[in-house]
Design a binder for this molecule. Sequence first.
Ligand SMILES: *Cc1c(COP(=O)(O)O)cnc(C)c1O
Length: 382
Amino acid sequence: MQPVYTSYMRATRAVIRLGNLHHNIKTLHQHMEAQLGGKAPQMCIAVKADAYGHGIVRCAEIAIGAGANLLGVATVSEGAALREAGIREPILLFSIARKAELEELAELTLSPFVADEAYVRLLDEAAASAGVKLNVHLKVDTGMGRIGCRPEDAPQLASQIQHTKRLRLAGTATHFPVADEDNSQFTREQIDLFLRTVKQIRDAGIDPGLVHAANSGAIIGYPDVWADMVRPGIAVYGYYPSADQQRKLDLRPVMELLSEIVFVKRVAPNTPISYGCTYRTPQETVIATIPAGYGDGFNRLLSSIGRVQIDGKTYPIVGRVCMDQFMVDIGADPQCGVGSTVTLFGPDPAGPNAEELAELCSTIPYDILTSVTARVPRIYLE
Ligand SMILES: *Cc1c(COP(=O)(O)O)cnc(C)c1O
């Protein structure tokens, strides 16, 4: 869904390599198959936040084509976008909806996470008024401190769900805060607690449904909790969840943020560049203006520290990144000029990628990707 003010003629654009998305999903699948020596678990691919900024509908379609069994969203409206596009696969809602959203949730037949009795009752009522049955997934908090019931309350809640008229316990799940570190003791203890909780539900004579926990970090580092289903997000978009994990998979960045030089000017030594005059040219050089800025999601923290790639070579960003433009020093004898394509980040190992930008901005690749704003057109490459 592009807003009306997105221009497809604009220099700044996000090229979405759907081939890489497909490749990454297959790579995760093969990694699990190889390690298990048999059938890989089901996959719920996270397409929340507009598929991490890549475009929810196109990415969901590729995910399904690559074998996704479920799709994961964070809001009812994201679920609505998928249903409007004709997607019929089960959609797992990762967050708790407000009471005012439950009617729509039921009509869209989303499968929500549930974590307390009151919400279970409200959902059962919403399902009844919509005349549908809903699959729900019991979310157990084993250490994330976010939504999820206490492990000791899980069997009772599972039993409550079982006794509703309109809800079916289709899954039991948890989530990891530090699975992006290999060999974390905290994660090991969470896995034990989660698997013990699932066993208690079974011991109470209740089918827990699909047992699932693994985000990208746990798919890469914790095979003992792949269980019935995994929930990858960042890895399918081509990035590791953190710098602390072994790089054992061939993940390829899906998004390439591109722009173009629109203006060049030769300047004298000591010329101030951009707001605040925080940068002055050390010698005579040529300064190129790129029509992209923090209004496009290109972080202002990259001012004077980031780099871009033009015709295979990299050049420094000089001065502050503005809302809609920034400047690059292309040298006194430039080989590029107006019309040259500029890569802000992308899959080329020699150029900047979202991980490098994240490091420079003290954040994570997730933040860099989801920050690309709606005015940047997404151009899909099959
Ligand atoms: C976002 C999310 C995921 C995917 O996490 P990644 O780190 O991107 O793999 C999985 N499960 C839940 C509940 C999430 O919110």
